[in-house]
Design a protein around this ligand. Structure first.
Ligand SMILES: [Zn+2]
Length: 487
């Protein structure tokens, strides 16, 4: 994610802001050259119907392998973060006016007909509505087939989920299986600050029915599109991706370019609404795919989709898809496009705990967006980006000690009270850590270590220790440096 921010941190721009399905997996991996996930990916098969107003119906079947003994299986009901029962508002007070562009509006999700392995299941919903817990009596290694129906009411708001001013934003709209970290199911609540999401690499087969006039920007690739009455039925396949999102708009225009990587060509499609230089934006996204593929390892999918959509941030990342806000300056749009494209490496392929160690996600991504310039021979632009991050972080470190600012990278997302503080620590000090590592190891070893990290941790949820291990294999003990940054 990239936030819009009151303080400027870059010239002219505001930066802020994982064998049961062996056969299915073989086909699912056809688009991917990196090692497959160590366990079969959960497979979501969904029928999604949008009514053109504020109603979405989902019929979902989820098949996955249970990692540990479980009496209960939890799923996130993220749309309830937009409901009146939510424990915290889905936006920060200072964002409310742009967020609720048409006055305060609520959304929610109602789940029914929950069937687990062929039997009607007992379910409980948490007090704030955020977690659906399904009773279960299964053991590690069992195959779970969970089917349900969901009725979602979309809020009218400029957010990751909602009917926004120029688009219909459908991310985290479906019941999402909680991440099992080896010890526990992670049921972390939604938060207005940061990206409060953590998920296994999964495969999605989606049939979308929506009024014909809506153009569809989706994770994965559209495999079929047909008219049925006044609706268009779009079949979408997104295999081994971090998550699945859809952005719909009658106003989307389309610009398609190709990025060349050693693995092969990647089709980059930009769905835009008001971008007056859409071909340049699409070309920049393709150049970022080429640059990061050459440096860190090839982008493992055949498609990357960029959508111009207002999600209440400068941009937001999803599996093989990213958004960029239509309300940005040209320079901020460029920074955001490169940042969100970098997330396809750091989030999309190599996941990390965005809730407990957000610096490993956003710090590395923000650094990569700056490194893009250096990799393309523009040392001045790289230096300017590092200086901007240092200046912004300094705004906080120079605050009176009594305020008690803590710049340590180890801080979880829940420890931040303001978006500015989150940006200073996670994005800016995170970028500064990687700049320091670059200075200490040299460009060749540094890039090789990140490429090792990318290959070793592909399709998993990595930890800071995995990053340190990659640098150790390159001959560098970075643990003292991580400690110096409080990571
Ligand atoms: Zn980001």
């Amino acid at each position: 994610m990239r936030r819009k921010l009151a303080f400027r941190v870059a010239a002219g721009g505001c930066v802020f802001m994982l064998l049961l399905f062996a056969a299915a997996m073989l086909s699912a991996c056809s688009d991917v050259t990196l090692p497959a996930p160590s366990l079969p990916s959960p497979v979501y098969t969904m029928s999604v119907t949008y009514d053109g107003e504020r109603r979405v119906e989902v019929a979902q079947e989820l098949v996955f392998t249970l990692r540990g003994d479980a009496e209960k299986i939890p799923l996130h009901l993220y749309p309830n973060a937009f409901s009146q029962r939510a424990s915290t508002p889905p936006c920060l007070p200072e964002e409310k006016e742009n967020f609720y562009y048409n006055g305060e509006s609520f959304g929610n999700i109602d789940v029914s007909n929950v069937v687990l392995n062929g039997k009607t299941a007992d379910t409980v919903i948490s007090e704030d509505g955020g977690i659906l817990t399904v009773s279960c009596d299964a053991s590690a290694g069992d195959t779970i087939t969970l089917s349900l129906n969901a009725l979602i009411t979309l809020p009218e708001c400029n957010a990751r989920l909602g009917v926004a001013q120029d688009s219909v934003n459908l991310s985290a709209f479906y019941p999402v299986l909680c991440f099992y970290d080896g010890e526990e199911w992670r049921t972390d609540a939604y938060s207005a600050i940061g990206d409060p999401f953590l998920s296994d690499i999964s495969t999605f087969y989606v049939t979308l029915t929506a009024p014909e006039e809506y153009v569809v920007a989706a994770s994965g690739e559209v495999t079929r599109s047909v008219l049925r009455g006044e609706d268009r039925v779009t079949e979408i396949s997104a295999e081994n991706v971090r998550d699945f999102a859809l952005f719909l708009s009658p106003d989307f225009e389309r610009e398609t370019v190709s990025a060349e990587t050693a693995r092969g060509d990647v089709t980059v499609t930009y769905f835009y609404i008001s971008d007056e230089d859409a071909s340049a934006t699409a070309a920049l996204a393709a150049r970022a795919v080429e640059t990061f593929s050459a440096a860190f390892g090839d982008y493992p999918y055949s498609r990357f989709t960029l959508a111009e959509a207002e999600v209440g941030a400068a941009g937001m990342e999803y599996g093989t898809l990213a958004t960029v806000s239509p309300a940005l300056s040209a320079e901020s749009r460029e920074q955001t496009v490169v940042h969100e494209t970098a997330h396809q490496w750091w989030f999309g392929v190599v996941g990390s705990d965005q809730i407990r160690t957000p610096w490993l996600d956003e710090g590395l991504t923000e650094f990569s967006a700056a490194y893009f310039h250096l990799l393309n021979g523009d040392t001045a632009a790289y230096t300017a980006a590092v200086s901007a991050a240092r200046d912004y972080f300094s705004l906080y470190t120079s605050l009176p000690a009594a305020i008690g600012f803590d710049g340590s990278l180890s801080r979880p997302v829940s420890s931040f009270l303001t978006a500015g503080e989150y940006t200073a620590v996670v994005y800016c000090n995170g970028l500064l850590l990687f700049d320091t590592l670059l200075s200490l190891t040299g460009r060749s070893a540094f890039t090789a270590a990140l490429a090792d990290y990318f290959e070793t941790c592909a399709f998993s949820v990595a930890a800071p220790s995995d990053l340190a291990a990659a640098f150790s294999r390159a001959g560098f003990d970075i643990l003292p440096v991580l400690a110096a940054y409080g990571a």
